[in-house]
Write a protein that binds this ligand. Structure first.
Ligand code: ATP
Length: 372
């Protein structure tokens, strides 16, 4: 019965096609390559890029469909996960049914189509979170988090792959912009100021904090304001936003009933030869050592789960979440974004005092995409 339900939307041909494409080798690209290739967005290069994506995207998507069909603990059968699986399947079909790209017209049509694929997948993260939530409800509450390690590993692979797919599509689409902003090659800013991005991400996080708590600690940022390096500003914004959001929440909650002024959050940007490191420090009381192994899992948050209040997600597939703490995805997803271009994220806590988050970004940009 279970297997039948999983495969009922597959015709035999589609099933074979997914498996054939899912077993082909994926091809990774580096930030450096994307930047060099995209700096000359001629009609010929855009044609080459779309021909590459025409072959590469179905391989990456088919692998995800296969994984989504084979999850442990019955996760594959949860309605939200089936919905995600169907989004991937629809995108696979759209890509496979698109004929060979021969000229500029085909190229433009293909670009429109993959942009729609990207939009279709906008809500994959909250929808998967809902699926995991649906599973958690069924599980024995005594189950140790380690037993869900397999699911955690799957989600890491799944979201990493999603970052890559969205980067490839977004980059290709952005290269069609006839008037790109100065120093931008698609999604990549060749002279990105980490200080500036950190400032704007901190302001965004403070706005949410103000709305939720009525006040927000200051965020002080230190580093060379003239320093720039090539990176994807939207990725960095997302990571710093998540870290500052966590710090603001911790500080607000610690100092809520105190007469003392909430201490500021400090961000230090260090430009090394190999890495640019951004440290976010707070005095929010830290994280108990016993809780540290859990903070990078997708199944842990000390915040109230916003999905409980978002039953509309189940029916519409659309979520608009802007609260200060959510499904417990901020840290694991930020670490994936950092790792995607060869960086990393570490959290060091001093319980009773505060937390330091170290965000390392690879400056050389020549590490290949991790391809789960
Ligand atoms: N700076 C910090 N100080 C204290 N605790 C923290 C800090 N950063 C993270 N944590 C703890 O780690 C947990 C997981 O953080 P994470 O960012 O992954 O999820 P979240 O903030 O709960 O939800 P989301 O980021 O999805 O909105 C938090 O719920 C919190 O308990």
């Amino acid at each position: 019965m279970a297997a039948k339900k999983l495969y009922e939307s597959f015709s035999k041909g589609l099933f074979e096609d997914v498996h054939r494409w899912g077993s082909m080798k994926q091809t990774g690209v580096s930030l450096k390559y994307m930047m060099e290739f995209g700096s000359r967005p001629t009609a010929r290069n855009l044609l080459i890029s779309s021909q590459f994506l025409h072959k590469e995207l179905p391989i990456r998507i088919a692998r995800r469909v296969i994984e989504l069909q084979n999850l442990p603990y019955g996760l594959s059968l949860k309605p939200a996960v089936l919905k995600v699986r169907d989004w991937y399947l629809d995108s696979f079909r759209d890509l496979r049914s698109f004929p060979d790209i021969k000229d500029q017209n085909d190229e433009l049509e293909f670009t429109r189509m993959i942009n729609l694929v990207k939009v279709r997948h906008n809500n994959v993260v909250p929808m998967m979170a809902l699926g995991v939530q649906q599973l958690k409800k069924d599980l024995d509450p005594k189950v140790d988090y380690k037993d869900l390690y397999e699911i955690h590993q799957f989600l890491d692979r799944f979201y990493m792959s999603r970052i890559g797919i969205r980067m490839l599509i977004g980059q290709h689409v952005a290269l069609h912009d006839p008037n790109p902003p100065p120093d931008c090659v698609g999604y990549i800013h060749t002279k990105m100021s980490p200080l500036e991005v950190a400032r704007s991400a901190s302001e965004d996080a403070r706005c949410i904090c103000l709305r939720e708590y009525g006040s927000a600690p200051n965020v002080n940022i230190y580093g060379d304001p003239n320093f720039t390096f090539p990176y994807v500003p939207t990725h960095l914004h997302l990571m710093v936003f998540e870290l500052v959001k966590n710090s603001l929440r911790a500080v607000e909650e610690r100092f809520a009933d105190s007469d003392k002024v909430a201490p500021p959050i400090r961000i230090i940007v260090a430009d090394g030869l190999e890495d640019v490191t951004i440290k976010v420090s707070d005095e929010g009381g830290g994280i108990p050592r016993s809780g540290l192994p859990k903070i990078f899992t997708y199944l842990y948050s000390t915040a109230r789960n916003p999905l409980d209040e978002h039953s509309d997600l189940e029916t519409t597939g659309v979520a608009t979440l802007s609260t200060l703490a959510g499904y417990g995805y901020g840290l694991p997803i930020s670490r994936l974004y950092a790792r995607y271009f060869g960086g990393d994220l570490q959290i060091i806590s001093m319980e009773g005092y505060g937390t330091d988050a170290y965000l390392h970004l690879s400056r050389l940009g020549d590490s290949q995409e991790p391809l789960p």
